[in-house]
Design a protein around this ligand. Structure first.
Ligand code: PLP
Length: 475
């Protein structure tokens, strides 16, 4: 397994900052106040292909759209000052016709890129046939996708659908708590219970923004304004089995949730020893082990499931982001022993698993499972990190380039915002992670070696320029 490559750097420095840390609004707000002119020039992009016939030109100018967004949309994001209009393959175009190489994929969602022909055909066909019927009725795509997902794990027996990552996490919290009640021999519907309720999570984790998932998410600033979040969450240190041992307790811990590769936390890989240790601790305590593969699953690492690298099986696994190729979906895969404690009415959702999203999911799975596809994801990821290491070896601010398959991060000792902004200016979309000090690359899984090279060339040019000025180190 190819995991990391370290560079040592020297003195901390620098930060001019123009930035839209696309996933970190607070930092972006601070950085944008220090905005300075960029010195990067766009690397020559290939000519723009003609828009397909069905593409609608914008009815308003970009300026109008941005002004109306500021007026009518709740301001929980800070966005760059252009309007995306169209996507095709690995490229996006804004309303002024500027082309971008998309190495963010809608935050690890568009794994087939934009307007993938097979996906489009499946969605158009299903939308014309049956889009939504609710979970009160049988529909075929839902069952076909569940079968595909379950049969492509070595351990899961059932699938539960939701609409997003955070909802998948809410579902596993509920399943774990009910499982604990039944294991304790209780009547699950009695208001009195002494069963285990705690969920152990880890430093650096991101599991979502709803009250349960939020309580399992590490960043305090995401939680503080909304306290109290769900009680019963306990945080251990990632990759520290001793810390986990102190938190996982028989009769108290209902489940342990862990990302085999942390995405938002800064692209950190777990290890076989850590996951094996968690498996043992859970088994000893009678707790369930949950892998959150919402960002690292479904081919992102070059294997269908990230945990395949570590040879450890969970009891449940959460999925979402890329599963329906850009349509909202979430899923939980689970073992029969947990399915056995759930009864009709215990949990549900109006939209989840509708025929449209499930047909899209089947199209995505069809591509991921095609012979040789995941090997190519793996190889492109290796080439990306190798190329970046070669070009950035001597940069004192680049501390490490790490990743697995096509989830990669460049660890800086200064804020990554200026790099993200400069890359955008040069026509490359990347995003931040970690404490805002990691440049994250999660491109569509369909990229070709030429896209890898384009990304390397742009970052090799903009990173030294963007980090040339004096900047404070990341705290
Ligand atoms: N879990 C992980 C590992 C994630 O990366 C994310 C989103 O980034 C979530 C959960 C939450 O997913 P969503 O934003 O779809 O609610």
């Amino acid at each position: 397994m190819e995991l990391t490559g370290c560079f040592s750097g020297s003195k901390a420095a620098q930060l001019p900052a123009a930035q839209h840390a696309l996933t970190c609004p607070q930092k972006a707000a601070r950085c944008s106040r220090r905005k300075q002119p960029l010195q990067t020039r766009a690397i020559a992009a290939p000519p723009r292909p003609a828009a397909p016939e069905h593409a609608q030109p914008s009815s308003s100018s970009a300026e109008d759209v941005i002004a109306d967004e500021a007026k009518y949309v709740l301001q929980t994001y800070i966005r760059p000052k252009f309007v995306l209009e169209r996507g095709e393959g690995v490229n996006l175009w804004d309303s002024e016709g500027k082309q971008y190489l998309d190495f963010a994929a809608g935050i690890a969602v568009n794994s087939l890129g934009h307007s993938h022909p097979g996906w489009l055909k499946a969605v158009e066909q299903q939308a014309g046939q049956l889009c939504h019927a609710s979970n009160l009725f049988h529909t075929e795509p839902q069952v076909r996708l569940a079968k595909l997902l379950v049969e492509n794990t070595s351990w899961a027996d059932r699938c539960f659908y939701s609409n997003s990552g955070t909802e998948s996490v809410e579902a596993v919290i509920k399943f774990s708590r009910k499982y604990a009640r039944i294991q304790a021999g209780e009547d699950a519907y009695s208001p009195e219970s002494n069963a285990a309720t705690e969920i152990v999570c880890f430093s650096g984790a991101f599991h979502g923004r709803t009250m349960g998932a939020l309580s399992l998410t590490a960043k305090e600033q995401y939680k503080t304004p909304f306290q109290p979040v769900m009680p019963g969450s306990v945080t251990a240190r990632y990759l520290d089995l001793e810390s986990a041992r102190q938190c996982i307790k028989k009769g108290k811990t209902a489940a342990v949730i862990v990302e085999p590769v942390q995405g938002e936390g800064g692209i950190h890989m777990s290890s076989q020893a850590f996951l094996e240790g968690l498996r043992e601790l859970c088994d000893e305590a009678g707790a369930l082990l949950i892998f959150d593969e919402i960002q690292c699953g479904l081919g992102r690492t070059g294997k269908l499931w990230a945990h395949e690298y570590f040879g450890v099986q969970p009891d449940m696994m959460t999925l979402a982001k890329p599963l329906a190729g850009g349509l909202p979906i979430g899923a939980v895969l689970l073992k029969q022993k947990i399915a056995d404690v759930m009864s009709p009415g215990d949990h549900g959702s109006t939209f989840a698993g509708n025929p449209l999203v499930c047909a899209a999911g089947e199209a995505v799975m069809g591509v991921l499972l095609a012979p040789g596809f995941l090997q190519k994801v793996h190889d492109n990821g290796v080439a990306l990190r190798h190329g970046l290491r070669e070009k950035l070896r001597s940069n004192p601010h680049v501390k490490e380039i790490r990743g697995l398959g096509l989830i990669s991060g460049i660890q800086l000792d200064v804020p990554a915002g200026p790099v993200v902004a400069a890359a955008l200016e040069a026509g490359l979309i990347v995003i931040t992670a970690g404490k805002g000090d990691v440049v994250r690359m999660v491109p569509p899984l369909i990229i070709e070696p030429e896209h890898v090279q384009q990304c390397i060339d742009i970052l090799a040019k903009v990173i030294p320029e963007a980090l040339a000025a004096e900047m404070p180190p990341v705290s």
